[in-house]
Design a protein around this ligand. Structure first.
Ligand SMILES: Nc1nc2c(ncn2[C@@H]2O[C@H](COP(=O)(O)OP(=O)(O)OP(=O)(O)O)[C@@H](O)[C@H]2O)c(=O)[nH]1
Ligand SMILES: [Mg+2]
Length: 260
């Protein structure tokens, strides 16, 4: 093979996919942590199984994953712990599985959060995507079920979406392994700091509230220096989020932090 041919091969999907090693449940001593979040029934566990080689329960009804599952893969000689979260429509925990998902995104400090969305029902997925962008800039949108969307004549303009959201958008068809090589590469690039995002933020907050948020987040930071996202917690407290208020009252906010 000529050098030119080799160089082309190194950029092709197949080559990059070959850099993947599925490591099953052995998630010890990982270099990076990656969370899989998203609405119920969008294919999170299907992506998880494809990358780890494990067999998390999948099926065509919502609410299959009820606790978080952990697995691992290595890619380009780096070890990634992958965490499959229960499906959730929002981060304002109203049920136990939503709380599990929210707590991990908030306190598990994942290096990368992949939001797996249903391309055929993108609009209803956007609420959660925007909420996650409020918490972490290290987010990738995985536009899954692209085959289903095509079947329904829906074409998503992923470039415009990436520009509007300010994060990478990767179309996939996880059940058929399509798009996963690019997803892997994007996860790797983001974890190693080679991608800068500019996440879309929900419209600005009135100055009075902004002052209150700033004061409150300063106090939270002093009380709980280990906690990331003190601003997000301050916003939830001002909004009256019951589970966060209770955690502060009972002095268990720090306990929400998840050990890696
Ligand atoms: N056609 C098609 N089906 C898919 C694709 N990805 C996943 N599925 C199917 O969609 C269904 C749901 O997949 P899961 O991986 O269980 O979804 P989940 O997001 O983990 O669901 P919860 O755990 O309930 O939140 C399963 O029947 C999968 O086989 C895809 O790209 N195309
Ligand atoms: Mg699942």
């Amino acid at each position: 093979m000529s050098d030119k041919k080799n160089a082309a091969c190194e950029n092709c999907d197949l080559y990059n996919h070959a850099a993947l090693k599925k490591l099953g449940v052995d998630a010890t001593k990982s270099d990076y942590v990656v969370a899989l979040a998203g609405n119920p029934n969008t294919g999170k566990s299907t992506v998880f199984n494809a990358l780890t080689g494990l067999r998390q329960h999948t099926g065509n009804w919502p609410g299959k994953t009820v606790v978080r599952a952990e697995g691992a893969f290595s890619y380009n000689d780096k070890k990634f712990k992958l965490v499959d979260l229960p499906g959730t429509y929002s981060l304002l925990s109203t049920s136990e599985d939503e709380e599990i998902a929210r707590n991990f995104i908030l306190f598990g400090k994942p290096n990368v959060t992949v939001v797996v969305a249903d391309s055929a029902r993108l609009e209803r997925n956007l609420n959660l995507i925007l909420q996650i962008l409020e918490i972490t800039p290290n987010t990738i949108l995985c536009l899954n079920l692209i085959d289903e969307a095509e079947r329904h004549g829906i074409k998503v303009d992923e470039r415009s979406l990436a520009r509007e959201l300010g994060i990478p958008v990767v179309p996939t068809s996880a059940r058929y392994g399509k798009g996963l090589p690019l997803l892997l590469k994007t996860i790797d690039d983001m974890a190693t700091g080679n991608i800068n995002t500019k996440p879309h933020k929900i419209s600005s907050i009135p100055p009075k509230i902004e002052t209150a948020v700033a004061e409150l987040s300063k106090e939270i930071e002093e009380q709980y220096p280990q906690l990331p996202n003190s601003r997000w917690i301050a916003l939830r407290l001002l909004e009256g989020d019951r589970s966060i208020i209770d955690a502060v009252k009972q002095g268990t906010l720090g306990d929400l932090e998840i050990k890696k």
